[in-house]
Design a protein around this ligand. Structure first.
Ligand code: ADP
Ligand code: MG
Length: 280
């Protein structure tokens, strides 16, 4: 059926790709908004110092605001830094500020440096009344400590790939990093979806990228592709997701479908997690 189902327990997703400009932030924001629109309780963590996800979700993120920077460095809790998205009362955001760019260096000598976010998230979820269906982390375009913190705080990775030349360039390195994290830092980590973004159905190139990813990663590739659409690109300048900004447009429709596909994958994910737990 075409309806969203609440997952059995909270699903933790990192939207990651070390390439910039592939649609990580756009996908984090709009998947989160689509899930929230469908009634899910969603928390977005903006791990990119650029703060684009914060902007697109209408969160304040000037230098006075408590942000993930303060959370990572232990000066504030997630509860203290949390804001509610103006468009969806069941969508919470922990914003980032440009200060977060200093965190990688500042935490680099700490022994638990890759688990700072995970531990703050655990502490928050244990103490909070709120029960989230989804926690979505928008990763910065690197494979540095902020990304490792993100990958150690989740069970699932969603990889957006832009339908363009060299789309798969760098994917091998990303997959090796994820594998390394899975082996030595977070046994429960799996890649749950690959999402093709900025798809132009009129071009052969877009088809070729979709086909090529499908050949290598058939089980991960979402059927839904996200079209290149002006409304998707302009929504953030109105401090909105495209789900709120242009709810009937093709961008919103595509992100709703992608969110639904991800929502339906939950059974598969939980089977995998159960198997891993038995093996341990
Ligand atoms: P990343 O977070 O991976 O760096 P973004 O989500 O910020 O990538 O997207 C990069 C740029 O492309 C942004 O300006 C964004 O508005 C634009 N963009 C992303 N997805 C689409 C789309 N489907 N159609 C049109 N523009 C898009
Ligand atoms: Mg981004």
């Amino acid at each position: 059926s075409q309806t969203f189902e609440r997952p059995q327990s909270t699903r933790f997703l990192a939207v990651a790709n070390q390439k910039g400009g592939v649609g990580k932030t756009t996908s984090s924001v709009n998947l989160a908004a689509a899930l929230a629109e469908a009634g899910m309780n969603v928390l977005v963590l903006d791990m990119d110092p650029q703060g684009n996800a914060s902007t697109a979700l209408g969160a304040q993120h000037d230098s006075q605001t408590l942000s993930l920077y303060d959370v990572i460095e232990g000066r504030a809790s997630i509860a203290e830094a949390l804001q509610v998205c103006p468009d969806f009362e069941n969508l919470d955001v922990v914003p980032s500020t440009i200060d977060l760019s200093g965190a990688e260096l500042e935490i680099s000598s700490l022994e638990n440096r890759v688990y700072l976010l995970r531990d703050q998230l655990r502490a928050y979820l244990e103490s909070s009344e709120k029960k989230y269906d989804y926690v979505i982390i928008d990763c910065p375009p690197s494979l540095g400590l902020l990304v490792l913190n993100s990958l150690c705080a989740v069970h699932e990775v969603v990889i957006p790939i832009q339908a363009e030349y060299y789309a798969l360039e760098g994917l091998g390195q990303l997959l090796r990093t994820i594998q390394l994290v899975q082996k030595s830092m977070n046994r429960e980590l799996v890649i749950s979806a690959i999402l093709i973004t900025m798809y132009d159905k009129r071009t052969l190139l877009s088809h070729e990228v979709y086909e090529e990813v499908g050949q290598h990663y058939a089980s991960l590739l979402l059927e839904t592709t996200i079209p290149r659409a002006v409304r998707i690109a302009e929504a953030p300048s109105f401090a909105q997701s495209v789900i709120a900004y242009d709810p009937r447009g093709m961008g919103a429709i595509a992100y709703r479908e992608a969110a639904l596909e991800i929502n339906k994958k939950s059974t598969h994910i939980f089977t995998l997690l159960d198997r891993l737990k038995k093996e341990q």
